[in-house]
Ligand binder design. Sequence first.
Ligand code: CUA
Length: 152
Amino acid sequence: MKIDKIEKRVIITAMCMMGLFVFSLLYAKTKYKSNVPECLPYDKAYTNPKINQIDDKTYQVFSVASMWKFEPAEIYIPVGSEVDFYLTSKDVVHGFNIAEKDVNMMAVSGAINKTTVKFEKPGVYNIVCHEYCGVGHQNMHAQVIVNYPKAK
Ligand code: CUA
């Protein structure tokens, strides 16, 4: 099969661009230790909102987004904790953004997205939905409360 000269150049250029793109991603991941979210196989176990304490400073949070809330809404952890967030949605697509921690994920029904975040400083970290999901979108948020006593 004969390929047009210009077409061939376009294909080669596109391949080089793709290679550069993948290389940049891997380079950024290694150099800046950026945490690229993972997509895990769907498992119903993650659709039950909960906080698991693995040890003193390691937690798992199964975060479930729905119109218009995140469950659990308040996550209390000590300073220095590392948290694995497993995220899914009960209905439409929602966002999951922790601005101070550069977390930007999608909550998608039928899929589990995961990221790991370390909270080195005390404070209240807001989790907001940044994907328009209906009339209650602006009220959809949760909090990670680091080293604050649990409200009674
Ligand atoms: Cu959920 Cu916007």
